[in-house]
Design a binder for this molecule. Structure first.
Ligand SMILES: Nc1nc2c(ncn2[C@@H]2O[C@H](COP(=O)(O)OP(=O)(O)OP(=O)(O)O)[C@@H](O)[C@H]2O)c(=O)[nH]1
Ligand SMILES: [Mg+2]
Length: 310
């Protein structure tokens, strides 16, 4: 059976760490499998242009000792997830990752709408230092949370296997310890409570990708950087064996309502309208939460397994 291709969406504002995350994930698993460097899984890149784009980023870090510059336009990265098993090397799946400039990550942007509808799962990027110490940034998160909840609502309605990796970036800039973790948890609650209510499949990841210099050569210290992507792909591989390759748009097109009432070119507009209106509904519910009119008793909240690297 040919390996499936999954589209992974990334959402997060300017400077949150999306490109560093991609470079770190690739670096961690870089290189073909060899006896000297045995790896269980790695990202293989056959496309010449993609390979040159990712290598440009890594070379910039190596030559300057600095993080890569801000992303200017939506850039497509295609990879094969390779796996070394006892029966040899296998391609588990293929995946497409779009590196998106922060200000393009908005549901009002038609290019971003396209990516949302084509996606099979998503990485949500939140700056951990920003979440704890930057009031202005924390306020912009309401908008991000609404978009994520809008997608989760549609996933829930359509019973799609769509997962969310919540990546807390720049954790190396925070003091490690349980108090920090408690504060992160507290500030994430507005998102977590709503995802739990929608029975969303999500996992938190604490990402720390500092630049280190060894014998005059700079590189990303990327231990555990690829965990969110490996987790998302494992979730997709687990469920898509039994299912056709549904993304958000095809899932929505299956509804009796859209099939009976709208011709195919209109279905996409209906899907977008659905995301936009659920986003608005999200804002209304968030307001009710803030006003204390709407609460969930602690014993009703489901407990989600967490992976902690702090
Ligand atoms: N210390 C530390 N800094 C980080 C980390 N990730 C990102 N940064 C910092 O955040 C800056 C922005 O990271 P990028 O990956 O370029 O952010 P982006 O989300 O791709 O931003 P746009 O492309 O502008 O949308 C970097 O230049 C670093 O200064 C990290 O894990 N640790
Ligand atoms: Mg970028």
């Amino acid at each position: 059976m040919a390996a499936k291709t999954f589209n992974l969406l990334s959402i997060g504002e300017r400077g949150v760490g999306k490109t560093v995350f991609l470079a770190g994930s690739y670096t961690e698993l870089q290189g073909e499998y060899s006896a000297e460097h045995p790896k269980a899984s790695w990202f293989d890149c056959q496309d010449q242009e993609v390979r040159s784009n990712i290598e440009k980023i890594l070379q910039h870090i190596q030559n300057t000792g600095l993080y890569p510059p801000a992303t200017i336009k939506i850039t497509n990265f295609n990879f094969d997830l390779k796996h070394q098993g006892w029966r040899g090397i296998k391609t588990r799946c293929k995946f497409r990752w779009w590196d998106i400039p922060g200000e393009a990550c908005h549901i009002r942007n038609p290019d971003f709408q396209e990516l949302v509808l084509k996606s099979h799962s998503c990485c949500v990027f939140i700056s951990a230092p920003g979440l704890l110490h930057d009031r202005e940034y924390a306020q912009t998160l309401t908008d991000l949370f609404d978009q994520v909840v809008a997608i989760a609502s549609l996933v829930n309605q359509q019973r799609l296997n769509y997962s969310f990796a919540i990546v807390l970036t720049k954790c190396d800039l925070l003091e490690s310890g349980t108090v920090t973790q408690l504060q992160i948890e507290q500030n994430l609650q507005p998102l977590i409570t709503r995802l739990d209510a929608l029975k969303a499949n999500y996992q938190r990841f604490y990402s720390a990708i500092p630049i280190v210099s060894m014998q005059g050569t700079a590189s990303l210290n990327a231990r555990g950087a690829a965990d969110p992507l490996l987790w998302l792909l494992a979730q997709l591989n687990k469920h898509h064996h039994f299912q056709p390759n549904y993304n958000l748009a095809t899932g929505l097109a299956q509804t009796a309502l859209t099939q009976q009432m709208f011709p195919s070119n209109l279905r996409k507009s209906v899907a977008l309208l659905a995301i936009a209106s659920i986003s608005l509904l999200g804002i209304a519910i968030a307001l009710l939460f803030t006003l204390g009119l709407f609460t969930i008793a602690p014993d009703q909240a489901p407990i989600t397994e967490q992976k902690v690297h702090l």
